[in-house]
Design a protein around this ligand. Structure first.
Ligand SMILES: CC(C)(COP(=O)(O)OP(=O)(O)OC[C@H]1O[C@@H](n2cnc3c(N)ncnc32)[C@H](O)[C@@H]1OP(=O)(O)O)[C@@H](O)C(=O)NCCC(=O)NCCS
Length: 162
């Protein structure tokens, strides 16, 4: 589990950021809210590779994940959804980021960092941000300044609390 502690808001807080990769310019806008088309969200999970580790073929589950998340921040390149931070927050003490994903074509432009900055800020000034890193992102969170927590615990359905 990795933790970022607020307040530590950096970077653009406006609705729009311009990112460049060589001669290509990306104008990225950010939105908050989970009123999103489920198919577009599932497409993003697949296009980011996070779909390999999420139940993208189980629409009911994906629908529940999206509709019951109470903090969802998305990144857009025009009309194309290019990034998502899907979280549960009490907006006072703790935010848990369950999914962070950026479309492969838009990775390494700073979109993941900006999604996390906005996620951290949305929780409020005293709110922690925690998450579990997927294998492909194990090095990422340390690289962007988050602290690895030495005592993260979890239990899956089917396992017993003894
Ligand atoms: C992990 C992920 C969200 C990062 O998003 P991103 O927008 O590409 O990352 P950023 O542009 O914010 O990267 C910021 C920095 O981290 C580095 N970085 C990006 N991905 C990295 C990775 N997987 N491992 C280590 N460093 C990484 C970038 O090179 C950049 O470094 P710099 O600031 O020194 O130039 C994105 O790669 C992704 O969607 N991966 C697949 C899904 C996944 O594993 N999600 C995590 C679930 S816990």
């Amino acid at each position: 589990m990795l933790i970022a502690k607020g307040p530590r808001v950096q970077g653009s807080q406006g609705p729009c950021e311009i990112r460049r990769r060589s001669t290509i310019q990306f104008v990225i806008t950010y939105r908050t809210g989970n009123e999103l088309d489920l198919d577009i969200v599932i497409d993003l999970y697949r296009a980011s590779t996070l779909g390999e580790r999420r139940p993208v073929d189980d629409r009911a589950c994906m629908e529940g994940m999206l509709r019951n998340a109470n903090l969802v921040i998305t990144a857009w390149d025009g009309d194309q959804l290019v990034g998502i931070s899907r979280c549960m927050s009490d907006f006072h003490y703790a935010t848990y980021c369950s999914d962070l994903a950026v479309r492969l074509s838009h990775q390494k432009l700073g979109i993941g960092k900006e999604l996390l900055r906005r996620t951290l800020a949305a929780g409020g000034p005293k709110c922690y941000l925690t998450l579990l890193a997927a294998p492909k992102a194990r090095e990422y969170y340390g690289h962007i300044g988050m602290t690895q927590h030495p005592s993260a615990w979890m239990i899956r359905q089917g396992e017993a609390i003894e």
